[in-house]
Design a binder for this molecule. Structure first.
Ligand code: BT5
Length: 250
């Protein structure tokens, strides 16, 4: 697939490892050293895989653990990236396995049959409010057969859902293609991506509790706005916008 002057950008340069602490950490070091947009770091295993807000990310062999270096234009709204990542996973699952119905759980989870199959962790480096680079870390449980407790109740893998092994390489290829398409098209038109997010959403119209730094909010999910925030209708009837940073849906 070609997007810019016939050259693919995402994954044009790939650093692969057998084991790392976290691909996000390596990508961050490479970005600090000036690595180009689209540079990819992939590892077979992570021993200190990171989720949001210091949560752990279970990353044994068999999964796809990758980090992409992005250098978005100054006008780019970075908080949209988690949703783009989750849509990228969902699109890839749907494209490769038409029998599965992937969903996204705002802001960063990819879900199959109610269980988490992948997650996105975006970290931005800014100087005086100007974004210098963003690391988009994506984890997808491809061929993981067993999850330790308590993940066994909430997590799933592609292999568990479809009953046979999946090629990490083919999934990675498909994911990179979808992510690149989403990233560049979102710079011109985010509204059609929002529409797609609504279509994939597992939360729309549902009653949820959202834990934020300000406290917990209970309400019915109305949608996602242009900056990637979640719109809730609270029990009082008021609307509340929740920003995607460090929130947890209960
Ligand atoms: C995420 O955080 O979902 C972000 C995951 C990003 C992982 C990638 S892998 C490549 C790159 N390098 C890294 O070090 N990280 C990125 P969050 O929404 O906070 O979800 C974390 C929670 O998901 C944990 O607290 C667990 O409950 C659960 N969890 C942990 N590992 C999981 C897994 N493999 N599959 C499903 N759920 C998991």
């Amino acid at each position: 697939m070609s997007l810019v002057s016939g050259v693919r950008i995402f994954g044009k340069k790939i650093y692969t490892y057998a084991q790392v602490k976290s691909t996000n950490k390596i990508a961050c070091q490479l970005a600090e050293q000036g690595a180009e947009e689209g540079t990819l770091v992939v590892s077979e295993e992570q021993i200190e895989g990171e989720g949001r807000a210091g949560h752990y990310w279970f990353s044994p062999q068999g999964g796809l653990w990758l980090s992409l270096i992005l250098r978005p234009p100054t006008s780019f709204c970075v908080s949209r990236l988690s949703i783009l990542g989750a849509i990228g996973i969902a699109r890839s699952v749907r494209k490769m396995f038409s029998l599965l119905s992937p969903r996204i759980r705002w802001p960063n989870d990819a879900i199959i049959n109610g269980k988490k199959v992948g997650g996105v962790l975006c970290k931005a480096r800014s100087i005086r409010k100007r974004v210098i680079f963003v690391i988009m870390g994506i984890g997808v449980n491809i061929n993981i057969e067993e999850f330790p407790s308590p993940l066994c109740f909430t997590a799933t893998s592609l292999k568990r859902e479809i009953g046979h092994s999946v090629s990490n390489e083919i999934f990675q290829e498909c994911l990179l293609e979808e992510l690149e398409r989403l990233y560049f098209s979102s710079q011109n038109d985010f509204s059609s991506i929002l529409e797609e997010a609504r279509g994939f959403s597992s939360l729309l119209g549902k009653q949820v509790g959202v834990q934020t730094r300000e406290g917990e909010f209970l309400g019915v999910v109305q949608g996602i706005d242009e900056e990637g925030g979640l719109i809730l209708r609270l029990e009082s009837g008021m609307q509340k916008r929740i920003s995607s940073e460090e929130v947890y849906i209960k």
